[in-house]
Ligand binder design. Structure first.
Ligand SMILES: Cc1cc2nc3c(=O)[nH]c(=O)nc-3n(C[C@H](O)[C@H](O)[C@H](O)COP(=O)(O)OP(=O)(O)OC[C@H]3O[C@@H](n4cnc5c(N)ncnc54)[C@H](O)[C@@H]3O)c2cc1C
Length: 381
């Protein structure tokens, strides 16, 4: 079932076509086995990098694709339609390039960005800790200046791409309590004392590795401080506004895949002498699923177009993340229902979509936290 898109340029049309082609040829043949075995698709991510898909939304002068955010997000949605875990890795990589690209000095941008955006390197974003999730400003990993280095002690939890990434954005405490004591360091994966642990055993997206990263006296050169000391929380939050739109697009991709599967199945499966799609009880479910997917896509595109126009888009990004991920949960649940017993077993990907959708309501700010952000924007203005 093709998605009808309105894209801003012929170049964007070609990019979407290239992505769909890559998904058919490279992504779909690998996804089920890799998810079953929790195998991280590092080589496939390199293939996406060589196709220019790892730096799409960043300026061409630093090696990015120079594409509007709305185009990048639609590429991400198509990738997620094939493999959510893969798309999440790309989304987190894009998020991980944000601190240098937006807050870095010109020297840092020239030094780091071409490799980060060039397709060979993969990034990670380390904000959460075991005791500070939604209350991210309570983080306790410490970095103390010693000569030309920061020496970091602590542990970052739930790091997507951990153990596979080449660079890690570390949100660390260099000052007192609260958000004003946090700084952002860009650490390389070969930093001595930066120790990714065993990947978590997750309900879904098992091929997307998530792990704790222990920092045991890790020395990060002081010229890898991004922005000023004490500005790290602002850096982290501004990156998340963009990142949340990535998660919204991934959620729409998963919901679209579930809708496509449920529709095909309902046209094939016969009960009481006819295709189940002919029963209004089923076709109304499909109609509601399709309407929700379109609405979620419209919401992330609206926020992205505000961002592309240089306008504030934070609350809209939270609305898009909230609505798109709740939609993915509802639509994937309905897809399992439309398939009946077949939806509950691994012969069809409906159960995988369902497991993948759940985490999207949790990471990059739970959906309760999105409501906090939206609520504050209403009462503060
Ligand atoms: C697969 C996966 C990948 C992840 N990747 C990354 C990553 O790459 N980098 C990173 O930094 N983090 C990552 N995370 C962490 C993720 O962002 C956190 O799990 C999330 O922010 C929630 O934190 P928590 O798990 O500690 O839950 P908690 O903060 O303990 O929340 C528990 C429950 O309480 C609710 N709650 C908390 N505070 C409030 C409140 N004020 N009002 C109402 N409800 C509230 C929450 O919504 C939730 O339902 C990842 C998590 C997962 C599961």
């Amino acid at each position: 079932m093709p998605v009808v898109r309105s894209l801003p340029t012929p170049e964007a049309e070609s990019l979407l076509e290239l992505t769909r082609d890559l998904v058919e040829r490279e992504v779909l043949p690998q996804v089920e086995k890799a998810e079953a075995n929790a195998e991280f698709p590092r080589e496939l991510i390199r293939t996406l990098g060589r196709a220019g898909l790892l730096g799409l939304a960043y300026p061409e002068e630093h090696g990015g694709g120079g594409q509007p955010y709305e185009v990048y997000l639609q590429v991400l949605e198509e990738l997620a339609r094939g493999w959510a875990g893969l798309a999440v890795s790309v989304s987190v990589h894009t998020l991980s390039c944000f601190p240098v690209a937006v807050w870095g000095t010109e020297e840092q941008k020239a030094r780091f960005l071409p490799d980060m955006l060039g397709g060979e390197l993969l990034g990670a974003y380390c904000l959460s800790e075991a005791h500070s999730g939604s209350d991210a400003a309570a983080l306790s990993t410490r970095a103390a200046r010693e000569g030309d280095d920061y020496v970091v002690h602590g542990a970052k939890a739930w790091v997507t791409n951990a153990g596979q990434a080449d660079f890690y954005n570390l949100m660390v405490r260099t000052g007192g309590e609260g958000p004003g004591g946090i700084s952002c360091l860009l650490a390389s994966s070969d930093t001595v004392g930066l120790l990714p642990q065993r990947p978590e055993r997750k309900m879904g997206m098992r091929a997307s590795h998530t792990a704790t990263v222990v920092l045991d006296g890790a020395r990060v050169p002081a010229d890898r401080l991004i922005a000023e000391e004490g500005q790290g929380f602002r850096v982290a939050m501004s990156a998340l506004d963009s990142g949340r739109l990535g998660i919204a697009a991934v959620a729409v991709g998963v919901a679209q895949a579930a809708l496509g599967l449920a529709t095909s199945y309902a046209k094939e499966r016969k009960q009481f002498g006819k295709a189940i799609a002919e029963f209004q009880g089923v076709s109304f479910t499909l109609a509601d699923m399709a309407t929700q997917v379109e609405a979620a896509r419209s919401l992330y595109l609206t926020a992205a177009r505000l961002r592309d126009a240089g306008k504030p888009y934070g609350p809209q990004a939270s609305m898009a993340k909230l609505f798109a991920t709740d939609t993915a949960m509802r639509v994937t649940t309905d897809a399992v229902q439309v398939l009946g017993g077949a939806g509950y077993v691994e012969d069809h990907p409906a159960e995988r979509y369902f497991r993948e959708a759940k985490v999207m309501q949790i990471f990059e700010g739970t959906n309760q936290v999105q409501r906090l952000v939206i609520g504050r924007s209403l009462t503060r203005s």
